[in-house]
Design a binder for this molecule. Structure first.
Ligand SMILES: Nc1nc2c(c(=O)[nH]1)N[C@H]1C(S)=C(S)[C@@H](COP(=O)(O)OP(=O)(O)OC[C@H]3O[C@@H](n4cnc5c(=O)[nH]c(N)nc54)[C@H](O)[C@@H]3O)O[C@H]1N2
Ligand SMILES: Nc1nc2c(c(=O)[nH]1)N[C@H]1C(S)=C(S)[C@@H](COP(=O)(O)OP(=O)(O)OC[C@H]3O[C@@H](n4cnc5c(=O)[nH]c(N)nc54)[C@H](O)[C@@H]3O)O[C@H]1N2
Ligand SMILES: [Mo]
Length: 762
């Protein structure tokens, strides 16, 4: 049983639902961020912190991966949610020794994840030994020995899994994967497996590289921007500034979303006069109210209309692509009536958008979780890319693919080798640089790691950041799997549920965050990150760490490596930890695009990584060209009496970190247990607005039917397509069957869960 929220934590009776807002940001956003920062950090620390956020000599915002502008930066180059992320990390509250003495393990387990996150920064390494009632302090040396002993006792290195969340710096990520591969496994699941894996899989096959092809400047100068399955007003608020700029340059914006998200409708830039006093900019010129999972149909429908009108770039197709004939044949046979059934988008509107695409000279398609977290996410992204290929929109200014990344360094962690299936070229370079023998068999991703732990085939879990137990699917199964481990280790800044749902022995290793000063033997260290547009730049924390006991992620990895791999190991762990320039020197020889890393990263705005399709229309796919795929059209039907549920973020959280209880733009305050339902569905299903229901997910695999329940959600009649509902993640993760994954990327399907709503008795 999951614990119920305690009254002092979240009182769902306080839940209030008002009207959704029709615009994002504005002065209110500034007031909200300052209102949160002052009580948590105090005035001096607030001023010190915000003055350096995203500035050239400051630190990179730990929130999303949206890039910083080049050259001139505004005085405040951040957003409301970036400010909340920083406040959350730079808080003066402490989960210190006294805290752990006061709260038993049982007590901690009974608290919500929200409460755990609010207890402040971790200050000491802690251990919960078998049978213990409390976490107790442990020295760093003893902690490393304990991990090394447990790892050493495994029958095979593949019985351990090493998770990474996306905040880890390039330097720490590089050392971490090096440690894991030196130890002997490729079991490196990461948050990307649950996030943009479908984008990487789709783009690698389509254009030969799994990253977006546009720069910030391209966004500013596009004449058509399609934003599909993304809620930038909440999750990438600084993107609104870029869209505002594109609009000022004459761009049209098309939003594809089941929900009329505030940030897509109207934007008031709090830093410009018209944003403060005026009505702001109307952002989306067209809103396609697509059904959950209906995007592939829309992209195929658009392609059909483009082919029929002949407004395609034949020269580009001829010179740079492969598979056109088969694709054309497949797409011409697409039935627009089926497109409408699948997506809810009628022919008239589809034709309107096709006209826009046909007449645009510079088109960008942006997307996020609304496309990736579907069974057919990979095919959907390939079909979006194909629309661009038809029009020759890759490798020219103002045009291209733009998967908008989540965590601030999730893309960089991958570049540094945090992936269960790094290519041979990378592994060979790693072996050459260090004289090690990296394992070659592919490792386990997130879903596979959970299976291994469930089946007793993995016994040690190490988390480099993140909150695995809340982020991954199938909460009850996952909790049991983690409790079955012999050791769980969390390298973290703040307390979360992954510290209390633990293995037989559990370790908490407290680490420095992005905002913290990092002093090592050679002096003050800097780290680097890569943003969503492949720009690599430095981040320098400057705040006094929460305790003298904190160690940097790099130090923790290197010290653990020394203990685990012994003094004879060929990697210079000691030198790495003393001077991160040494790590960057190695990276410059191992990772393509990082030549002269130490010098180039110190240039003012950092440097861009090579991207062959963007730079020279070179496509390093198996065919040597950009590939069209004739993907069968798929969508998500709604069984009768059921709803299809998407799980999404409120405006007041960062993934599993809940900042507060105000989903302002959607008009929900005071609680999180809400399910947004179309008013007609509310009536037809015999429900009522304000009623409480249990959400029951139905899963049928090979005739075996399973049900999962998330209890007690308030029905909110909301503007979502008929048949489609929405509720917040992570409260809904218990509803996600582990095996419900995207084809090709193995990403858990978080945006299409078949459910029924069962009124709560009484
Ligand atoms: N403040 C804040 N910032 C964040 C995060 C956070 O939690 N808080 N998380 C970070 C991370 S890791 C990530 S990955 C990103 C996530 O950024 P988003 O992908 O914007 O996050 P979600 O809340 O999952 O929103 C998905 C959006 O897609 C829409 N959608 C859902 N299904 C479909 C569909 O089938 N088709 C279409 N067209 N639309 C659909 C939803 O209505 C919603 O608007 O944000 C990053 N930035
Ligand atoms: N149902 C559903 N599930 C989802 C999603 C969804 O849309 N729906 N989205 C998925 C997506 S896109 C993602 S990216 C994952 C996110 O999965 P994770 O990345 O695992 O989760 P976070 O909540 O971002 O992790 C927060 C924790 O990271 C730690 N932390 C913060 N900063 C640092 C740091 O600098 N260093 C270290 N070492 N630790 C730090 C803190 O202890 C904090 O509690 O969730 C996925 N799960
Ligand atoms: Mo993400």
């Amino acid at each position: 049983m999951r614990p119920k929220a305690r009254p002092e934590e979240i009182d769902e009776a306080e839940l209030a639902v008002t009207h959704p807002e029709d615009h994002a940001a504005g002065v209110k956003a500034v007031l909200v961020s300052m209102g949160r920062a002052l009580p948590q950090m105090g005035a001096v620390r607030t001023a010190q912190t915000f003055a350096r956020l995203n500035q050239n000599h400051g630190f990179d915002c730990p929130s999303c991966a949206w890039p910083d502008p080049h050259g001139h930066r505004r005085v405040a180059e951040f957003c409301e949610n970036g400010a909340k992320a920083v406040t959350d990390e730079a808080t003066t509250a402490r989960a210190d020794l006294d805290f752990f003495a006061r709260h038993s393990l049982a007590d901690l387990e009974a608290h919500t994840n929200y409460w755990l996150g609010q207890q402040g920064r971790l200050t000491h390494p802690m251990v919960a030994r078998p049978g213990a009632t409390h976490y107790e302090p442990i020295s760093w040396g003893e902690a490393y020995r304990l991990i090394a002993d447990e790892l050493g006792a495994l029958a095979s290195p593949d019985e351990a899994v090493f998770y990474t969340s996306g905040r880890t710096s390039n330097e720490a990520a590089f050392c971490y994967q090096l440690l894991v591969r030196s130890f002997g496994t490729n079991n490196l699941p990461d948050c990307s497996n649950m996030c943009h894996e479908s984008s990487g899989t789709a783009l690698s096959a389509s254009i030969g590289i799994g990253k977006g092809s546009v720069s910030l400047d391209d966004v500013h100068h596009a004449d058509l921007i399609i934003i599909a399955g993304q809620n930038p007003g909440t999750n990438h608020p600084r993107m609104l500034t870029a869209l505002d700029k594109a609009k000022a340059n004459g761009a049209r914006i098309v939003a594809m979303n089941p929900l009329p998200e505030a940030g897509l409708i109207r934007f008031k830039d709090p830093q410009t006069v018209h944003g403060v006093v005026g009505k702001g900019t109307k952002l989306a010129d067209h809103f396609l109210r697509v059904r959950l999972g209906g995007d592939q149909a829309v992209f195929q429908g658009l392609a059909k209309l483009l082919l029929e009108s002949g407004q395609i770039d034949r020269e580009f197709i001829e010179r740079h692509t492969h598979g056109f004939a088969e694709y054309e044949q497949h797409i011409r046979a697409v039935d627009l009536a089926i497109v409408e059934e699948a997506s809810g988008i009628g022919q008239a509107q589809l034709r309107e958008i096709a006209e826009l695409v046909a007449s645009s000279q510079r088109t960008i398609i942006c997307w996020a979780m609304g496309l990736t977290q579907h069974v057919h996410g990979v095919a959907t992204i390939q079909d979006a890319t194909s629309v661009l290929l038809l029009r020759g929109m890759i490798g020219k200014p103002g045009a291209g693919v733009c998967p908008v990344r989540g965590h601030s360094n999730v893309q960089g962690d991958r570049t540094m080798g945090v992936w269960e299936q790094m290519p041979e070229s990378f592994l060979a370079a790693l072996d050459r640089e260090f004289g090690i023998a990296s394992p070659r068999a592919h490792g386990a991703d997130v879903v596979e790691s959970i299976r291994l732990m469930r089946d007793g085939k993995a016994k040690v879990f190490v988390g480099m950041g993140g909150n695995f137990v809340q982020a991954a699917p199938d909460t009850d199964l996952l909790e049991a799997a983690l409790r079955g481990c012999s050791l769980t280790v969390q390298i973290s800044t703040k307390l979360n549920r992954s510290h209390v749902v633990r293995g037989r022995t559990a370790l908490i290793l407290p680490t420095l965050g992005r905002t913290d000063r990092d002093l090592q033997a050679s002096g003050k260290q800097v780290v680097s990150v890569e943003d969503s547009m492949s720009m690599v730049h430095l981040s320098r924390g400057n705040l006094k760490p929460a305790s003298a006991e904190l160690r940097s992620e790099v130090a923790i990895v290197c010290e653990l490596a020394q203990e685990l791999l012994g003094p004879e190991h060929p990697v210079p762990w000691q030198a790495f930890r003393e001077d991160y320039d040494r790590i960057r020197d190695s990276i410059s020889r191992v990772v393509p695009g990082f030549a002269d890393f130490n010098a180039r990263v110190r240039e003012k705005d950092g440097f861009p990584l090579p991207h062959p399709p963007r730079d020279s229309r070179e496509f390093r796919t198996a065919t040597g060209k950009a590939n069209f795929f004739a993907n069968p059209l798929e969508w998500v039907p709604v069984p009768s009496g059921r709803l299809v549920l998407q799980t999404l973020r409120s405006h007041d959280q960062f993934n599993t970190t809940i900042y507060g209880l105000s989903d302002r733009y959607r008009g929900v305050a005071g609680g999180r247990h809400v399910v947004f339902v179309n008013p007609e569905d509310v009536a037809e299903l015999g429900l009522a607005d304000g009623m409480h229901v249990d959400i029951v997910s139905e899963w049928d695999q090979d005739g075996v039917k399973e049900e999962r329940v998330a209890a007690n959600f308030r029905v909110v009649a909301y503007d979502t397509p008929k048949g489609n509902a929405a509720a917040y993640y992570p409260e809904t993760n218990p509803l996600m069957p582990l095996d419900h994954v995207a084809k090709g990327s193995n990403t858990p399907v978080a945006k299409a869960i078949t459910v029924r709503l069962q009124p709560v008795a009484g």
